[in-house]
Structures are given as C-alpha cells and as structure tokens.
Write a protein that binds this ligand. Structure first.
Ligand SMILES: C[S@@+](CC[C@H](N)C(=O)[O-])C[C@H]1O[C@@H](n2cnc3c(N)ncnc32)[C@H](O)[C@@H]1O
Length: 416
C-alpha cells in the first residue's frame, strides 16, 4: 500500500462514483495499477459505504449546511465508513480525505470543510453509535413487507448491514486445516473478516472453493449419484458445477457468458475436477439426449445477495424483475423437457422475491401436469425453511447467530 493509502481510497471513490452517480454495478474484474491487497481494500471500503450509505449520511448531516458536490460527499462518506468499520486500517483517514479532496476536480475549495467535519466525526469515537441498520431500497422493502412481517424484514436488514463471512465448500474426502474456520451444519467452512483467499491452506491444491453456505445447499437437494448424467444450466462461474463433479456424476455445464465460462474452466483446473463445458444461450440450445438430474441456477434479481453486492439496488430497479421472471419460467420449461422419465430438476434463484421463487414453483406445477415437488430431506435443513409446497426458502437472517446466509429459493421437481 502507498504510505497514505491514497491508491486504495482513490480506487474506492472511483467504484463509488460508478455506482452512486452513474448507476452502474461494481465491476467484477481487477482494479488496474493496484496491488492485490490494495484492490481488496478498495473494494472493501466501497462496500462498507454502500452497505451503510444511510448511516454515513446521517453521521455527516449535522455538520453539513448543504450537500457538497458528489465527489466530495463520497470522500466524506468513505472516511466516515472507514472510521466506523475499518478501525485497524484507519490511520490517517482525515488527512487522506483532505488530500483526496484537494485532488478532486473542484474539490480543493472543500478541503477545509472535509478536514473540519471529519475531525469532529473522528472525535465522536463510536461513529455509527446506535443508528439503526440501513433499510432496503423502497421497491424491495415494500415487496419484502408484503411477503414477511416487519420483524423478519428488519432481521434481514440487520444481516445485510454486516460484511459477510467467507464460506468455503470442501471437496469431499479432503482434510482442510484452517484453525480459524468454523464448520457449519451443512459442511461449509466459515471464516469471519477479510481474508486473502489465495493465501489460505488448500487453495493451491484445490481442496475447496468459495461459495456461500446457502448456495452450497442446491447440490445436496439435487443429490446426484456417481455416474448419473447431470446437466448444470447457468453454470458459471461454477461453484455448483464443482460440487456436482465432485460427486462422481457425469456433468455437462452450460452458460452463455464466455468470460464467466473462462473462470469456470480455471476453477475446474485448480480443483482437478472435470465437466463437459458448453458455451450457449439456453433459449436456443438443445442437448442431444436426456438427463437423470438437472440443476437450473437461473439468472435473477440477486436480491438475496445484497450483503455481498450492496451496489445492486443502485443499478437495478423493480422494472428489471419482470423480464427475469419470464426468462426463468422459459428456461425452466425448456429444462424440464430435457429430463429423462423419473428424472429430477432443482430450480434455484438467489432472490428474496416470491415471483422468482415460490411463484415460479406454483407456475411450473400449473403448466406441467405430472410434475411433483420433493421436500428437502437434508437433516441440517430447519423445518421452518421449507414452504408449504415443499420449496426451500433460505433467508439472510437464517443462521443469523452464525453470520447469516445469502437469500435463495430452491425447489426439487420430479418428472413422473
Ligand atoms: C446465478 S448465475 C450462475 C451461478 C453458477 N451456477 C454458480 O454456482 O457459480 C447465472 C448465470 O446464468 C447465465 N445466463 C443468463 N442467461 C443465460 C442464457 N440465456 N443462457 C445461458 N446462460 C445464461 C449467466 O451468464 C450467469 O453465469
């Protein structure tokens, strides 16, 4: 890191500008010109701000008579989030913010204000104090309150305000020795705090891969057997492909994104697992034969992953959900036709919205007479997670005492 940490903080501001001013999602790739640790720090800082935007603004509000230009406001938000949440790294926050303001177009005139405001904020000590956890975007919160009661929504928001843990899915049969990791009931290993993934034991030897514990529940629900023909649809970057391949099933993985498929190929190489890869748009593709088991991890609003992607509500709105719902139903109908008689299909979305979960299950049963739903039988699934129709509704506040989980809906269909 450069001495004043300006590289990472400057990159964090660049990310924030893209999300908050231009309404773009955070880019997934590397941040040019920064060391891996500075890249990680830049992302972490930007995510702290996005997860806690309302709290940062509430802290600043008493000290600002009117809003400064967006670039300067973001410098202030970044410094507040860093003082509140990155204490170990927060040396020189105020002076770095002043330097960043001086370097910002039109910002030099505000450097005195930045200095004065942040000194007062820093003097407070407990920066966020008892400010409530940030609430979800209004369009999403409204939908959540219609689905669950307010207490559940607040519990979800409390988990979404926290930096998520790092979950690892283990290759079966390998011993992994990471003393600070905690084993979850489903077999995932969980690490708290920010960790350099590639430095952990077992990374280079491909003994595990990063995947939220909830995401890791779809493959056990499908329960593939060695030698079965399994189709993995919307497969990249391959967290679930690797789980499928590790069971000894004969896996074909399909996805339309060349960049994500390249990551999937890389992941398989690192873990020494094999699958047949097909780059294709599932709206046009047809397989040559039928499959014993299919996993469809459909594109969705990703509203279940807001703690990992707090940029999403700034880049996506309610209007983007409807076309996704239609695409999910289309892909589900197509995939059901590729099941061998008696075969099973698990439909998955990382969404909190019933249109992308419970209602997709109901729609599939209406459109496909003879289709049945099989209830999850994994012993670590809590009864309250299973919907009356037999779907698996996973919410961020589940296992809240262990650090929560991403929100998912999954259902296992059987073609009779
Ligand atoms: C939720 S992600 C999949 C995550 C993946 N299953 C995993 O476990 O790592 C959804 C994927 O759907 C793919 N996708 C979206 N529309 C598609 C289509 N029409 N045909 C094929 N793939 C599609 C995207 O490229 C994206 O990789």
């Amino acid at each position: 890191m450069d001495k004043a940490g300006l590289g990472a903080r400057g990159a964090a501001l660049h990310l924030l500008w893209g999300v908050l001013v231009e309404g773009r999602p955070m880019p997934e790739g590397g941040l040019p010109g920064l060391s891996p640790s500075d890249q990680a720090r830049a992302r972490r800082l930007a995510l702290h701000v996005l997860r806690n935007l309302a709290r940062c603004d509430a802290v600043l509000e008493p000290f600002l008579q009117k809003a400064p230009p967006p670039g300067v406001l973001n410098i202030l938000r970044l410094a507040v989030a860093e003082l509140a949440l990155d204490a170990g790294q927060a040396h020189g926050v105020v002076s770095a913010a002043v330097d960043l303001a001086r370097g910002e177009k039109g910002g030099a005139a505000f450097s005195g204000l930045v200095n004065a405001v942040l000194r007062k904020v820093a003097a407070k000590g407990d920066v966020f104090g008892d400010l409530a956890a940030p609430v979800m975007a209004p369009w999403l919160r409204g939908a959540m309150i219609k689905t669950w009661d307010k207490k559940v929504v607040q519990a979800i928001e409390a988990v979404q305000a926290l930096a998520p843990p790092l979950d690892l899915t283990l290759k079966p049969g390998v011993g992994v020795d990471i003393p600070e990791a905690v084993a979850l009931p489903n077999g995932s290993l969980r690490l708290a705090g920010s960790v350099q993934v590639s430095a952990l034991p077992g990374y280079a030897t491909g003994d595990w891969w990063v995947q939220d514990a909830a995401a890791a529940m779809a493959v056990p629900l499908l329960d593939p057997k060695p030698g079965e023909k399994v189709l993995d649809l919307c497969a990249a970057p391959g967290g679930k492909t690797m789980q499928l391949a590790a069971t000894g099933a004969d896996v074909m993985a399909v996805d339309m994104s060349p960049a994500r498929m390249a990551v999937l190929a890389e992941n398989l190489k690192r873990t020494g697992l094999t699958a047949t890869l097909v780059e294709a748009d599932l709206r046009k593709w047809q397989p040559d034969g039928l499959f014993d088991a299919i996993l469809l991890d459909a594109p969705c609003s990703a509203t279940g992953t807001l703690r990992r992607h707090p940029d999403l509500p700034f880049a996506k709105g309610a209007d983007q959900v409807k076309p996704l719902v239609a695409l999910q139903a289309d892909l589900l109908d197509r995939a059901l036709a590729w099941l061998a008689p008696g075969g099973r299909l698990v439909f998955v979305t990382c969404s909190l919205l019933p249109e992308e979960g419970e209602k997709q299950l109901a729609g599939a049963l209406r459109r496909h007479p003879g289709l049945t739903v099989e209830r999850p039988a994994m012993d670590w699934v809590e009864a309250s997670w299973i919907t009356p129709e037999g779907g698996l509704r996973l919410r961020p506040d589940h296992w809240a005492d262990k650090g929560g989980m991403d929100g998912f809906f999954m259902a296992r269909f059987r073609r009779v």
